[in-house]
Design a protein around this ligand. Sequence first.
Ligand SMILES: Cc1cc2nc3c(=O)[nH]c(=O)nc-3n(C[C@H](O)[C@H](O)[C@H](O)COP(=O)(O)OP(=O)(O)OC[C@H]3O[C@@H](n4cnc5c(N)ncnc54)[C@H](O)[C@@H]3O)c2cc1C
Length: 318
Amino acid sequence: MSVLVIAENPKGNFKKSAFELTHFGHLTAQVLGTECTALVIGEVADAGQLGKYGASKVVKVAYDGGFDTTVYNRLITQVAEKVGADVVIVNHSANGKALIGGLGVALDAGVVSQINGVPTVDGANLVVTKPVFSGKAFAKYNISSSNKVLSLMGNAIPPREVGSDCAVEDLTIDVPNAAVTIKEVKTVDGTVPLPEAELVVSAGRGMKGPENWGIIEELAETLGATTACSRPVSDTGWRPHHEHVGQTGVAIRPNLYIAAGISGAIQHLAGVNSSKCIVVINKDPEAPFFKAANYGVCADLFEVVPKLNEAFKKALAQ
Ligand SMILES: Cc1cc2nc3c(=O)[nH]c(=O)nc-3n(C[C@H](O)[C@H](O)[C@H](O)COP(=O)(O)OP(=O)(O)OC[C@H]3O[C@@H](n4cnc5c(N)ncnc54)[C@H](O)[C@@H]3O)c2cc1C
């Protein structure tokens, strides 16, 4: 019995989410009285650093193809069997979401996605918690199957250092041929991806047009934040689709979410209301977003956002 975490490493480098996941795997293993092994697929510089976050061992499988769910599922299943893992955990990322169902079938496992806290045990069952009803409630799941597959929400567990670098073992695995040919990969460089962002500055139709986004980008730059937007804004092409947050967009959980000129429709809130602190700037005192806000500024965003930016600049310069 052990815990296996799949540490994502795009372009050969770990993302912050890999450290979060490893630490979460370590905490889960502690609860179960076992150890956490981290699986790295492909070449990574310094794979042993996962030991700092609680992995007792890293196993590395050589694979230089792109992300293919069939290949990854077969590969992870074989590794889980080799290392004797009965709990397999992935990030609730685009790749993790694509993997979790197939892994559940392959391992004949109970599957719970999007968990947001360290599990507990109840007899032979593992008890996990996840947000439901667009974050309005939490549900507890008792997983009674012997194998379990989980996905962890981003920003749910801070990646604490608890040890030092660990051993890296190369595993020889029978990697199947890919069923999918990846012709092109387009990635957004330079900013923290939304699911991992700790600070997000977002704006909606209240911006009036794409030409006005400079004030949002400036505020985001001052804070080192990632930019986001409401759905109509990306639907009309004012902003790129990867910035769309909400029920049908990216679900985020930053420490700070600043929303300017967004009404706070239920579908928008579904993707952002797990944020730890929400600041709403809206000139309509009846805007529903104020009910979900920790701080509300009822004013014209074209006056408030530049002032906020100046105030942050001054405060950060001190
Ligand atoms: C099935 C379905 C799924 C959906 N999924 C999503 C989703 O994932 N994400 C999402 O965002 N939406 C989603 N929507 C759309 C959602 O219902 C809303 O229509 C949308 O969120 C509204 O976007 P908005 O707040 O930017 O625009 P609006 O509703 O037009 O709100 C603009 C706000 O800006 C304020 N404002 C205007 N001018 C200023 C100013 N100068 N200063 C300050 N405030 C100002 C206004 O008071 C208003 O509150 C979905 C809808 C459906 C039906």
